[in-house]
Ligand binder design. Structure first.
Ligand SMILES: Nc1ncnc2c1ncn2[C@@H]1O[C@H](COP(=O)(O)OP(=O)(O)OP(=O)(O)O)[C@@H](O)[C@H]1O
Ligand SMILES: [Mg+2]
Length: 399
């Protein structure tokens, strides 16, 4: 098939295989864009009435124009083949994510799943039931958008009955609702059940009912209470695990009645779990543990060593002074009155002396009157002693 041309489409490469045929990447030579083409297996299109049913379903899906639904471009018959031409998506399916990574952490899984809920909720409001919701039909694009694919194909095949993928066991039975198993009319709540199984597997890595026997799995859907997803993966918060179990009620009346209801329940549990985790998380800076005060030896004050200005080589002319820029005008919002940067009208406080700055202090000792008096007294005493000594010496010589 690779390199072949079917109508306007040139087949480039195989993207994957499912129960109904092979999906190829192709280029639409008329519109010059990539598309994905699912070429339906010959046995599915051998009967004209089947082809008409495919066409009817394709028309219903083509009306679903939503960010979270893969766009269906056309349903065509060319070269004796039937093919569904769809938007080409780059990314991985939920199924491929699980295969590669195992259980997807709920913090990542829930936002992706809620996108699928939005796409499916839109389809339900437009009167379209998917009937074949499973991880391989939900695509996570590289852009982060989630797209639901393959609407209504299961209806053509008879309510999502098991089909065998070449060489492997078919998975559809794992996601069938009890109504589908019992072949009773389905409504949107059948999709809710299949969504529940999908989310169960997305977060836990397991489906609730696994067996080599399709019959056993189908009976379990109808009769056996599912184990909580925490049985397989204990890190799922209880509230979210409870919402998953609620979507898996056997009685459709006991499930979420719509995708919106399912999404709101997940919102609530997601928010409360995030709050619980953020409150339980250790603070970024732990409070200091009480310790006895340590005796710190007194530190000498820093010594100011004045540095000579850097010397420029004489040969180089001094750089021109920088142009004087006017101070930038800051526009403040009108509602906020302009505040001075510092408080005004404070009492004047003498600034401490800056280190290295010589400050001239007045010499008050020379001008104070009290010091003049002391000088006079001391001078008088000294004069008296000198006179006394002269008289003493003169007396001694006269003797
Ligand atoms: N629109 C698309 N763009 C890109 N890849 C796609 C697209 N549709 C399908 N694929 C790829 O092709 C694979 C097969 O898809 P397909 O729908 O045939 O199989 P399935 O969903 O696994 O089984 P089933 O036939 O039961 O739906 C997907 O797993 C996906 O990797
Ligand atoms: Mg598919």
């Amino acid at each position: 098939m690779i390199g072949q041309r079917i109508g306007n489409y040139k087949i480039l490469e195989e993207l994957g295989r499912g129960g109904m045929g092979v999906v190829y990447k192709a280029v639409d030579t008329g519109l010059d864009r990539f598309v994905a083409i699912k070429i339906l297996a010959d046995q599915l299109t051998s009967k004209p009435e089947l082809i008409e049913r495919f066409r009817t379903e394709a028309k219903a899906q083509a009306r679903l124009n939503h960010t979270n639904i893969a766009t269906l471009h056309s349903f065509e018959q060319a070269g004796g083949r039937c093919m569904i031409v769809m938007e080409y998506l780059e990314g991985v399916t939920f199924e491929q994510m699980i295969e590669r990574r195992g259980p997807i952490p709920w913090q990542e899984a829930i936002p992706l799943f809620k996108q699928a809920l939005m796409g499916l909720g839109f389809a339900h409001r437009m009167g379209v039931i998917h009937r074949d919701i499973k991880p391989s039909n939900i695509f996570v694009c590289r852009t982060g958008y989630v797209k639901v694919m393959d609407f209504g194909v299961a209806k053509v095949m008879g309510g999502g009955q098991s089909m065998t993928r070449a060489g492997t066991r078919m998975g559809t039975v794992l996601y069938m609702s009890p109504e589908q198993v019992q072949s009773i009319p389905v409504d949107v709540r059948s999709d809710i059940y299949s969504l529940g199984i999908t989310l169960y597997q997305f977060m836990s890595g397991h489906v609730p009912f696994e067996s080599d026997s399709d019959y056993k799995v189908m009976t379990d859907h109808v009769k056996t209470p599912p184990p909580p997803p925490t049985y397989f993966y204990p890190h799922i918060p209880p509230g979210i695990a409870g919402a998953v179990l609620h979507s898996l009620a056997k009685d459709p009346n006991q499930r979420f009645q719509s995708c919106e209801e399912f999404g709101k329940a997940l919102d609530v549990h997601e928010a409360s779990e995030k709050q619980r985790v953020s409150m339980a998380a250790p603070r970024a800076v732990p409070p200091p543990s009480p310790q006895p005060p340590r005796s710190v030896p007194p530190q000498p004050p820093p010594v100011f060593v004045p540095q000579p200005p850097p010397q420029r080589p004489v040969s180089q002319p001094p750089p021109p002074p920088p142009p004087v820029q006017p101070p930038p005008q800051r526009t403040l919002p009108q509602a906020v009155p302009a505040q001075p940067m510092y408080p005004q009208n404070l009492p004047q406080v003498s600034r401490p002396y800056a280190p290295g700055v010589a400050v001239e202090k007045p010499n008050t000792m020379q001008t104070s009157p009290s010091y003049l008096l002391v000088y006079a007294i001391l001078g008088g005493i000294g004069l008296t002693i000198i006179v006394f000594l002269i008289l003493l010496i003169a007396g001694a010589f006269s003797d």
